[in-house]
Design a protein around this ligand. Sequence first.
Ligand SMILES: Nc1nc2c(c(=O)[nH]1)N[C@H]1C(S)=C(S)[C@@H](COP(=O)(O)O)O[C@H]1N2
Ligand SMILES: [Mo]
Length: 308
Amino acid sequence: MPRYRFPEPPARLITPRALVMDRRSVMAGLGAAGLMAGLPGSGRADTLAAEPWPGSATDEITSHEVATGYNNFFEFGTAKDDPARHAHTLRTDPWRITVSGHANAPGEIGIEDILSGFDLEERIYRLRCVEAWSKVIPWIGFPLRDLLARFDPTSDAKYVEFETLYDPAQMPNQTGDDIDWPYREGLRMDEAMHPLTLLAVGMYGEVMPNQNGAPIRLVVPWKYGFKSIKSIVGIRLVSERPVSSWEARAPREYGFYANVNPQVRHPRWHQATERRLHDGGRIATQMFNGYEEQVAHLYDGMDLTENF
Ligand SMILES: Nc1nc2c(c(=O)[nH]1)N[C@H]1C(S)=C(S)[C@@H](COP(=O)(O)O)O[C@H]1N2
Ligand SMILES: [Mo]
């Protein structure tokens, strides 16, 4: 069987040991029954703000308020404040993810097994998310590859396709046609196996707020925000390149790769700068959102203007 091997993420991408005490108390809560009820707000942004993220030593952690109040989650409406207002109808317990397709051991896993089985105490990542705006979030999560390994992908698995829950009773805007529901995303296998491609189950020391994609979502820090699919229930290992929901909706605007690239224009706006949400300042967008050193090799020999 092919075995995927990647180096561990550089230590500077992971929260230092000093925060382990905080993590312990959080994770004790995560493991308990009723884990999705949420934990007492522990607003740790201030403790975390001193740590640099790669590509800049100065950018600050976005406030918890902004990170949970300015969201895209079209299942609950298309305005930035809709998710915070409406996502309370999402039920995240019980929750299961089905992993199917080209795997030797396809099957399901429950969120409780994910929370207890993936070494979360060691895994807080402070990463940037960028679109026309940017946020810096302290995620709790683990590399997607750790989950995929349990299902033993075969060599026919060339891409990974992800699917969000479809249930208009919980996600009211799924009765509309903003997206060809359920929301879908995809990654090439090597992108999916990269150690910075995370499944996040929490942020700011808390379980994932509904509006941010509870109970489990993707975080792909070198790609535009829309690649980071929320509230995942299905993962398929496929041999053909999947079509993401945004690509299906507007193929000229939203390519499959969607790498952060200030040199490639979106047809309706430039992508050279971003509005930093923590202070409203406009800053230059960096190639691969500042993670060039970690990910540029994935695209060696590719024309990123064609594969936008
Ligand atoms: N299921 C689902 N996932 C989604 C979206 C969505 O509408 N539905 N929006 C995407 C977009 S466009 C962005 S920018 C990010 C926003 O994540 P955030 O709200 O945590 O910042 O989630 C992505 N994941
Ligand atoms: Mo987005």
